[in-house]
Design a protein around this ligand. Structure first.
Ligand code: G4P
Length: 528
């Protein structure tokens, strides 16, 4: 076990990610948090879309061209006495696989919902993933300064569509032009919203709101409305229960307007009060606890060419136990080699900061000379592998070809590296020499083409191919696999990591195969 000081450092950490449907306000919330954490000093630094000025994290050309954030950066800031690690997730849904993997590296999620739109498609998918890891979720309903759905309706949608019970912690007073602020139900305080003035705060009576005598700020009709709503919510929603929150059964809900930096401090307060400090992770042999003395960690993201001049590739490691100190010897379990790590760093957007000490919950970047893969584990010697880092079956497929066929070797090398990073999935069919790329979103293909051109100096083109589904094939009995392979060669391929994959041209084909071979598992999620 680690010493008391180290234990304290672990207890003082929170590692979380923000998830949302694009445009719900993730970037704006991030920016306001960084302002509150005193990392940023002016608004508009994280993203100034359409203005020709880009976020420091949007350094890749394709991000600049399209004004989207593809890559992930890790931001660290202090709020009160807590050190917060905030993992940025790609804004565009075409890069959702990256987001899924990032969720394996956090202990809590902040879900941002646009108050006018309620639950959107992407939110549902992301929530299914956070459920996979039982990650607790705090919810922020954003943009109350605009016309919104009724708050009760939003909570209904969360309960129905995300299967999470809501516990409102703040409650909005109207919306749009009539938005007056929020009542903090725990603190029994009202925070009045005024764009141009500092927020005014008053004590309120939750049982009889009229008694709070706020008629100078809130009209009579609104006051009566709130009175009724407060009575209703006290009957409908239960109180916050930390155990149920940690089990991902309930979500505390906050309302506000990120653009006006209104309500963000409430979320941060809840994060430091309720979100767990760094939690254990499961390895193939045992549960690894953060307080253990020896260093362990796993790679959840690889990013190539963050600095084009140096052609470097960075592996991002979530520390699970022990602590990082420069110069320490770490064992790279998969390839059974020891390395000395003396220059681990973290990024704030494009800038690197070398790390002196890092604790469980922290994310460190280390140089990768082509040997590290997503899902790899590092320890101080113990032979364990962390599990649970998912790969999702791609949903769109393309065949890729070289403009100059002599560069086949470079193409294979480039695709191998890009698939190790999780940028794209590559399939090698049994029956022909095609190279089939699989992605979740179409933009991934554009990124691959651009990166092959810039980083590997090869020109490629892609075309549609008759594949609609990919499923990883598993069975408890090798005999079943052998029979299946024999009969289905024309639909089979190996992925970059030599996993047997069934590529179906349509749903009917997949369903027939699944009904014919009941002893075979057709998996749409694969662990690294
Ligand atoms: P995202 O990262 O989830 O994609 O969302 P982002 O923060 O970029 O916000 C999407 C749009 O919504 C932005 O406007 C942003 O200014 C706006 N927005 C975010 N929070 C609020 C809020 O509380 N109230 C209001 N009224 N708007 C909000 P945009 O016009 O698309 O971009 P920009 O030119 O303002 O950057």
């Amino acid at each position: 076990m680690c010493n008391l000081n180290d234990k304290l450092s672990i207890k003082k950490r929170r590692t979380f990610a923000i998830i949302s449907h694009p445009d719900a306000g993730k970037t704006t919330v991030t920016e306001k948090m960084l302002l509150l954490g005193k990392v940023l000093h002016t608004s508009g630094t994280v993203k100034a879309r359409g203005s020709g000025k880009y976020a420091t994290s949007d350094w890749m050309q394709i991000e600049k061209d399209r004004g989207i954030s593809i890559t992930t950066s890790v931001m660290q800031f202090q709020y009160k006495n807590i050190l917060v690690n905030l993992l940025d997730t790609p804004g565009h849904q075409d890069f959702s696989e990256d987001t899924y993997r990032i969720l394996t590296a956090v202990d809590c999620c902040l879900l941002v919902i646009d108050a006018a739109k309620g639950i959107e498609e992407r939110t549902k998918k992301l929530m299914n993933v956070s459920r996979l890891h039982q990650t607790p979720v705090i919810t922020f309903v954003n943009k109350l300064d605009r016309d919104s759905l009724e708050p009760i309706e939003i909570l209904d949608q969360i309960e129905k569509e995300l299967k999470l019970f809501c516990v409102p912690i703040t409650w909005p007073i109207s919306c749009g032009n009539r938005f007056k602020g929020v009542i903090h139900l725990d603190e029994k305080l009202i925070y009045l919203y005024n764009k141009s003035e500092k927020t005014k705060i008053f004590k309120v009576d939750l049982h009889d709101f009229k008694k709070s005598l706020l008629d100078k700020y809130i009209s009579l009709d609104l006051t009566l409305n709130i009175d009724e709503e407060l009575k209703l919510i006290s009957h409908v929603y239960s109180n916050f229960n930390k155990k149920n929150f940690l089990k991902n059964i309930i979500t505390p809900v906050f309302f506000g307007s990120a653009l006006s930096n209104f309500g963000i401090d409430h979320i941060l307060e809840s994060l430091i009060k309720w979100a767990p400090s760094p939690t254990y992770r499961i390895s193939n042999k045992r549960k690894v606890k953060p307080e253990e003395k020896k260093f362990t960690g796993f790679v959840f993201k690889i990013q190539a060419n963050m600095d084009l001049k140096h052609h470097d590739r960075i592996a991002f490691i979530r520390i699970v136990s022990g602590k990082y100190i420069p110069g320490m010897k770490l064992r790279h379990i998969r390839i059974k080699k020891n390395i000395i790590v003396s220059d681990a760093f973290y990024f704030i957007a494009g800038d690197r900061f070398y790390i002196k000490t890092a604790y469980p919950g922290d994310i460190i970047g280390i140089h990768n000379h082509g040997t590290i893969k997503i899902g790899d584990s590092f320890t101080e010697g113990e032979d364990i592998n962390f599990i649970g880092i998912p790969s999702f079956a791609p949903e769109i497929f393309r065949r890729i070809f070289l403009k100059n066929p002599l560069k086949q070797k470079q193409l294979k090398k480039g695709l191998m590296q890009l698939s190790e990073e999780g940028t794209i999935q590559v399939f090698y069919p049994f029956n022909n020499n095609y190279l089939i790329l699989g992605a979740i979103g179409i933009l991934q293909f554009d990124v691959v083409i651009q990166r092959l051109k810039i980083e590997y100096k090869i020109d490629v083109i892609y075309e549609k191919i008759n594949v609609k589904f990919a499923r990883w094939i598993k069975s408890n009995d090798q005999k079943n696999i052998d029979i299946f392979v024999n009969k289905n060669k024309s639909y089979l391929a190996l992925d970059s990591f030599n996993n047997l994959t069934y590529l179906a041209p349509n749903k009917a084909n997949l369903e027939i195969a699944m009904s014919r071979y009941v002893d075979i598992n057709f998996n749409s999620i694969r662990e690294q």
